[in-house]
Structures are given as C-alpha cells and as structure tokens.
Design a protein around this ligand. Structure first.
Ligand SMILES: Cc1cc2nc3c(=O)[nH]c(=O)nc-3n(C[C@H](O)[C@H](O)[C@H](O)COP(=O)(O)OP(=O)(O)OC[C@H]3O[C@@H](n4cnc5c(N)ncnc54)[C@H](O)[C@@H]3O)c2cc1C
Length: 456
C-alpha cells in the first residue's frame, strides 16, 4: 500500500488538514490513520469556543485566528443548520482597579495587532455606541471589543454580574460553534474527495537519508507498511511519542483540563451571555461552620484559600445547560493517561467560584445539580504557540501544540500547513509557527520576556 500523504491522527487537526489538502488543493491518495473513531480523544471534549482576541508578542496569533474564523464562517454558511455558530463574544471581567488598568493596556495592544477597533465606554456623552448581542446576528456582529470602565454601564448591560465588577471587556469576533460537527463535516468532505481513513496505530516510521520512506501501522492484531514520502503528525497529546519515531524532539507538554456541565434549572445564566472569564483570584464562599470544618483537614483546607483567576463559563445549547471550566490547581505538565482522571470536586468548586462572579448561582449551594464532567489534555508549547509546518526530516510535517485553541484554530492551521505542503504562497504569520523558530537566538531572548500566554 502507498499514500501520497499519510496523516497520523483523526482529531480536529487531522480532519482539517485532510480537508484542506483533498478538497481545497485537490491532492489525491491521502490516508489518515487512527486507532480511535475520528474526533473522540480530545476533539469532542472541548468547550467549543473561538476568539480572534489573542495577546502578542507580534500579530501571528491574531492573524491565524482571523483567518481561521473567516474559514469557519464559510463552512457555517455552507451548511448553517448542521454547523451552528454563535457570536456572543467573550467577556473578561475584574473587580480589581489595578487589573482594570492592565486589561486596558492589553486590550489596546490586541486591538493594534489586528483584532479590531477598541471602543472604550466610560459613561461619557461622547462614548461610542454599544451593540448588545441581542441586536446582531453572526454576519453583522461587531468586531474588535467594547471595554466598559463605568460601573453603572456594567450594571445596565450585565446586571447578573457581581456589583464589584469595575471593568469588563466584551471581545466581539468570538463565541462558540459546533466544533466537533465542523470536524466531522471536514472529514466527510475529505472522504468524498477520496481520503481514506484507516483504523490503526502508527507504530514506527522509516526514515532513509533524512527522508520519510514508509510508515508501519498496527491494525487488527497485525501490521501493515505503507510507503509514503509525506507524513503529517496530527497526534494531539501523543505528538511527542510520534515525533520520537522520526528522531525529532517535539517541545510539547500536556496539561489536564476538565469541564463540567449541569442544568441551570433556575435560569441564573442569561442565555445570550458570552463566554464569561473572571480575571481575578477567587475566595470561595462558605458558611462559618463549613469553613471551620474544611480548614480542619489537610485535604480540604485549600478550599478556604484564595484560588487562581480564570474561572469561566457559558450557556450551553438551546436548553438550560451551563458549562464551567476552571484550572483551580495550577496546571502542570503531565504524562497523558486515558481515560483521563476526572476530579469529582470540579462541579462544586467551579460553581462556587463562578458564584463569586454571578452571585445568583449561590441558589444551588444547598443542592448542586447533577453534573457531567469530562476533559482532556491541552497539548501545548511553553509559550502556547502552535507548531505548524515542515520538520527537519524531509517530508515530515506537524500540526500540533494546539493547547486550548485547537478547535478554533484548526481551519487556519490546516490552511497554513496545506500551503506549506503544496508549496503555495505563505501568509505573513507562517514563520511564527515553525518548530525551527526555537533555533533563532532572538526568539530565545523573546521567550525570556514572554508575557501572557493567552491560555484559558
Ligand atoms: C476541557 C477542554 C476544553 C477545550 N476548549 C476549547 C475551546 O473552547 N476551543 C478550542 O479551540 N479548543 C479547545 N480545547 C482544545 C481542543 O480540544 C484541542 O486543541 C483539539 O481537540 C486538538 O485536536 P487534535 O486533533 O490536535 O488532537 P486530538 O483530538 O487529541 O486528536 C489526536 C488523534 O491522534 C491520534 N493518535 C495519537 N497517536 C497516534 C498514533 N501513534 N497513530 C495513529 N493515531 C494516533 C489519537 O488517537 C487522536 O484521535 C479544549 C480542550 C479541553 C481538554
């Protein structure tokens, strides 16, 4: 058997690159290999959010995401019922006046990087107009962001938030989409154009004269060698293992991230609210008795301390479900294990954390609704920039290090990788995603002063 291009992994990244190559560039004889059903390892566990609102340095992330969202918009327009997409935005909020200043500076920078106009609302007569999400759809949504620095305006437009909120940034080219459906759609379109999907595991790769020669695939208890000169690594949390097969150390580590979903039967979350991210650390609310009991045990006393910033959540689906995510233990690099270890404390901790932001959620403190928990690994580089492009072995490519942004970026990342593979003109942001960037001493210097990673 032979393949012109063999893709290792049928997650969102593998599906998207197969689509780009087969459907957009008319490449024939593409084979995807994965032991699992498509999009079932990490790509069906995401929060399905997207944003063009990304910090620097440089405009590479904003450029990649703008392109990705353009492509997602096109797919949505091809099949709106199957590929729903919302543009309710992201809401970053704080109760800390100092953090409000740094949020303002960061918003000005991101706007300058190409994410769109920043409109500041101070409650002055010459403020620009604000368009609430109820007044626009997907096609006519504003871009850029609205930054509220006036508490009465925050109360007016976001009455469900804590009165302590002093600044709120509503980033607009953002929202959520049926991400896994987008992946399945791209895969199906690829299969229609002749892509083959093989159930099997890439066991080893033969490299001869620094060139990809063949790939050994384990399947049905046996093995098959597939001759190919082009090998795309799209192995999600297993990029490092697959990289080793061609003698390349891929600088990606894995962090466990979980989410919880439950029924908001008392309708506390406004259904049209964007993804809400609280930028401040949170002290959970407990009764005096509860606090005393928790403080007595080494295992639980951390629950009475201040927990890190970043609790976030959004309404989910057409019913009353809400989705919460929070890495309240600082995320660490771990070896991925499957099934992923779930944390039964997540629903209560995340609910209490979010109740510091949306006080109405305290209505559930006495009886936490039955939760659903799942999650997976953010496979990320240290600076949280993806790896997209050719590797040092001729014919080897990577689309990975997609961290917590692999669903939103896959259209743009695969568009970029396909251009590398077919030799098309590359966009200006291409060099920022090459693995070889780490060989540049200037980049190593930049890494020492890297600011926010943009991870949620
Ligand atoms: C809780 C959570 C929330 C998230 N929220 C968002 C979000 O809101 N927005 C967003 O954009 N992203 C989000 N993400 C991130 C996103 O889910 C990932 O970046 C994305 O799924 C990565 O896709 P992938 O194709 O690279 O990896 P995966 O989906 O993990 O796919 C990799 C595939 O490679 C296969 N594979 C591995 N090794 C081999 C081998 N040797 N041979 C053959 N196949 C192999 C695996 O079986 C797997 O099917 C979230 C992730 C988590 C965990």
């Amino acid at each position: 058997m032979n393949a012109d291009i063999l893709i290792c992994g049928a997650g969102m990244a593998g599906a998207a690159i197969a689509y780009q190559l087969a459907v957009k560039h008319n490449v024939k004889n593409i084979v995807i290999v994965d032991p699992l059903p498509p999009l079932t390892l990490t790509s069906d566990k995401s929060t399905e959010c997207y944003r063009n609102w990304w910090p620097g340095p440089g405009d590479a992330m904003v450029g990649l995401m703008n392109r990705s969202i353009d492509l997602m918009d096109t797919l949505h327009n091809e099949s709106p019922a199957r590929l729903p997409m919302h543009r309710y935005g992201y809401l970053f909020a704080t109760a800390d006046p100092e953090r409000a200043k740094s949020m303002t500076a960061s918003a000005e920078e991101i706007s300058r990087l190409g994410a769109g106009e920043l409109r500041i609302h101070r409650g002055a007569s010459n403020d620009s107009a604000y368009t609430p999400v109820t007044q626009h759809g997907l096609a006519d949504a504003p871009t850029g962001a609205d930054l509220f620095l006036d508490q009465s305006l925050i109360r007016k437009y976001f009455p469900h938030l804590t009165e302590r909120t002093v600044a709120l940034l509503h980033a607009r080219r953002c929202g959520w989409f049926a991400a896994q459906q987008f992946g399945m759609y791209m895969l199906e379109k690829g299969l229609e154009c002749g892509v083959q999907l093989i159930k099997g595991k890439v066991e080893s790769v033969e490299v001869e004269g620094n060139r990809i020669k063949s790939v050994k695939v384990g399947m049905n208890g046996g093995e098959q060698t597939i001759s190919t000169q082009n090998f795309v690594i799209a192995a999600g949390p297993m990029q490092k293992q697959v990289g080793r097969m061609i003698g390349i150390d891929i600088p990606i580590h894995n962090e466990l991230h979980l989410k919880t979903i439950f029924n908001d039967s008392r309708h506390v979350f406004p259904r049209e609210m964007g993804l809400l991210i609280w930028n401040d650390p949170v002290a959970l609310s407990w009764s005096d008795d509860e606090r005393e009991a928790l403080a007595e045990s080494d295992e639980t006393k951390w629950l009475t301390s201040e927990l890190p910033s970043g609790v976030h959540g959004r309404p989910e689906g057409e019913g009353d479900m809400i989705l919460l995510q929070w890495v309240y233990h600082n995320a660490e690099a771990v070896e991925p294990t499957f099934p992923v270890p779930l944390d039964p404390q997540l629903p209560e901790v995340a609910l209490r954390g979010m109740a510091a932001v949306i006080p109405g959620l305290s209505t559930y403190f006495n009886q936490i609704p039955k939760p659903f928990i799942d999650g997976g690994y953010y496979a990320r580089t240290k600076e949280n920039r993806a790896l997209i492009g050719p590797l040092a072995v001729e014919g080897a490519y990577i689309i990975g290090g997609l961290g917590g942004f692999g669903m939103m970026s896959s259209c743009g990342a695969s568009d970029l990788l396909a251009k590398h593979i077919v030799g098309a003109e590359l966009p200006s942001y291409a060099p920022a995603f090459l693995l070889s960037r780490y060989d540049n001493p200037q980049y190593q210097e930049t890494l020492k002063q890297w600011g926010a990673s943009g991870e949620l």
